[in-house]
Design a protein around this ligand. Structure first.
Ligand SMILES: CSCCC(=O)C(=O)COP(=O)(O)O
Ligand SMILES: [Zn+2]
Length: 245
């Protein structure tokens, strides 16, 4: 492993899109959205050029982090290339590396979103919502036959996100996460009951979009549930659950 001073170049960049800078910027935004408060949640980003993995420290106020606080891991061996003095890597690191290894993720967003936690109390094994325009921001299991690119869900498709049980320690969530990967090979997220959500994508921009769209859908699902409308009911069927005819 390189010494701290030798590894400074791994986090020292004027580029706002450099992972060490971007994690700090986005965690501030996520704090303001109530997604990463009280030290909860976090973000990990793979450097698109070097393949290095950037991980935030554990137990710190995520909105106050500096680029120099970032841990850096080799993208293939997961060995630490940079360990900031006096800090521990995020407890979610084994979950982030699982997403890099098995989902070819370019970035992972973990939030303690109230909408995700509330949905984990309403839904049993899967979060399901259907027939909402915002669903078009979520990837589907289909690929474009010409380009091979993953296609988005159609607005009247059902968006399904698996829910796993929370565990006393983050590393114990790795096996449930791997089970969810196997059962839901096309999902871009896993909800952890009474805890939050992990969302990944091929890039940080995509992971951020998926997270925002899912949070919107989870908030809507809670409101539909409160109105007595099943969030995954067919389009046009909602009036049979309300007084509107
Ligand atoms: C009050 S946060 C408990 C740990 C957690 O769930 C989390 O997301 C933050 O863990 P970290 O080690 O990254 O601080
Ligand atoms: Zn968490």
């Amino acid at each position: 492993m390189r010494t701290i001073s030798q590894a400074e170049d791994l986090v020292d960049s004027q580029d706002p899109h450099h992972p060490a800078n971007l994690i700090c910027t986005l965690c501030k935004q996520f704090f303001n959205s109530n997604w990463c408060t009280g030290t909860g949640g976090g973000i990990s980003i793979k450097h698109p050029d070097t393949g290095h993995l950037y991980v935030a420290p554990s137990g710190v106020q995520k909105e106050k982090m500096k680029p120099q606080d970032m841990f850096v891991l080799d993208g293939t061996t997961f060995e630490y290339l940079r360990v900031p003095k006096g800090l521990k890597p995020s407890a979610c690191t084994p979950l982030f590396t699982a997403c890099y290894k098995y989902k070819s993720a370019g970035a992972i967003v973990h939030t303690h979103s109230l909408n995700a936690v509330t949905c984990s109390l309403i839904f049993e094994k899967e979060f399901r919502i259907k027939g909402v325009e915002q669903i078009k921001a979520i990837p589907s299991s289909r690929k474009d036959p010409n380009t091979g690119k993953v296609l988005s869900l159609n607005w009247d498709d059902t968006c399904i996100i698996p829910i796993v049980e929370n565990q006393p320690h983050e590393d114990q969530l790795r096996d449930p996460l791997l089970d969810a990967f196997e059962k839901y090979p096309h999902t871009c997220a896993v909800i952890v009951r009474r805890h939050g959500i992990f969302v990944w994508g091929p890039t940080i921009d995509k992971a951020k979009i998926f997270n925002e769209a899912l949070d919107y859908l989870m908030e809507l699902a809670i409101k539909m549930h409160q109105l007595g409308i099943p969030p995954d009911c067919d389009v046009g069927e909602e009036s049979s659950y309300t007084s509107k005819h």
